[in-house]
Design a protein around this ligand. Sequence first.
Ligand code: FES
Ligand code: FES
Length: 155
Amino acid sequence: MSDKISVTLTVNGQPSTVRALPDTPLLWVLREELKLTGTRFGCGVGQCGACTVHIDGQPNHACLNAISSMQGRTVTTIEGLAPAGDHPLQRAWIAEQVPQCGYCQSGQIMRAAGLLNEKRRPSREEIVHYMQPNLCRCGTYARIVRAIERASKEG
Ligand code: FES
Ligand code: FES
């Protein structure tokens, strides 16, 4: 028996209609249905930030938002941040050689993009505070801060 529902949302500027069980996390719809695998599964319970996307323009955890809550909403993933991959943050990430294993990095960039959308020139303290929800097991925090500072100056 299927209790799947149809949900239409906008993902990276494209209207998308998906069918899924109501409590399916947005994360699995993005990865499994829409094949947008840049958004990562870390903890699944809102504790690591690996799954960070923008929902209606705000950083949010894709693992915590059920697809049933997504009707009519707008989602941006790392694939849609800048279609050519040349967002100022992405350029800064390369310049500062931020990633180590890379697993957390799409979530880090999406959270950083939320910060720069809110505040064009954040202080170092504001960057550190804002980025706290996103964990990096490889400890790239210092390079993340430097990259955000670079993007805020050069973007
Ligand atoms: S996978 Fe969503 S916060 Fe960890
Ligand atoms: S680069 Fe490895 S977890 Fe962050």
